[in-house]
Design a protein around this ligand. Structure first.
Ligand SMILES: *Cc1c(COP(=O)(O)O)cnc(C)c1O
Length: 231
């Protein structure tokens, strides 16, 4: 199992490098986040021993348990799930980067909890590029206003944007969402929000990360290709 995960990680890293070469990007500019929802702490330990340094979790309770068991390791945990305001307190303690901030209410709570522990919490803004009614994320048109409001919160630092596109079998159908996120990021950077530089684009999963890299992803979130199908 451990060897298999090590091989899977190498294969994903290889595909990241090949994609970067193909589209003329520096492969150091794309980081692989190993997505560990439903994966046991012991398997995550194996991934750490095989060299993974960046992990993504979707659920606070699950992450608290795993981070506790694996506290001895110098690895970085990111939150990529839907965050409820009443869990902000735990989130700021556990995560180096929270990818899924989509409201002023949640951001204000994160700022408050981060201040209590003397931290500047790095966050991404989750954008609903496809405007699906059921998805979380803020509309592209409202992102600028939200980011301008957040710039005033001293214990938050907005680093970029994140998208979870609708599910399609073919990566080419997802590509417009990736492109839309990059274009939004570029236009926000151009309009210049004081104190904010949006460098990160968190986009791309097992089925479509190559298209995401071609469109500018700086972080790809990979679960299945590393740990196998989830139950
Ligand atoms: C589960 C999950 C992933 C990983 O998906 P795979 O298709 O297994 O690579 C990435 N991003 C988010 C937000 C997820 O919830």
């Amino acid at each position: 199992m451990k060897d298999e995960i090590a091989l899977n990680m190498m294969a994903v890293q290889q595909r990241i490098m090949e994609t970067c070469t193909r589209c003329g990007r520096d492969s150091n500019a794309v980081r692989m986040i190993a997505v560990t929802k439903t994966v046991s702490a012991e398997i995550v330990r194996g991934a750490i021993q095989a060299g993974a340094v960046l992990f993504g979790e979707n659920y606070i309770q699950e992450a608290r348990e795993k981070c506790g068991v694996l506290a001895e390791y110098q690895v970085s945990w990111h939150f990529i799930g839907h965050l409820q305001t009443n869990k902000a307190k735990y989130a700021v303690k556990l995560f180096d980067l929270i990818h899924t901030v989509d409201s002023l209410r949640l951001a204000t709570e994160l700022d408050r909890e981060a201040r209590k522990i003397g931290k500047v919490q790095k966050i991404l803004i989750q954008v609903n590029i496809g405007k699906e009614a059921s998805k979380s994320g803020i509309d592209a048109e409202s992102a600028e206003m939200l980011i301008r409001s957040l710039a005033a919160l001293p214990n938050l630092s907005v680093r970029g944007l994140m998208v979870i596109p609708p599910f399609f079998d073919e990566p080419e159908r997802v590509r417009p969402h990736f492109r839309g996120l990059r274009e939004l990021r570029d236009s926000l950077n151009k309009s210049g929000i004081a104190g904010v530089s949006l460098d990160e684009l968190s986009m791309g999963m097992t089925g479509d990360f190559e298209a995401a890299i071609e469109e500018g992803a700086t972080m790809v979130r990979i679960g299945t290709a590393i740990f196998g199908e989830r139950q």
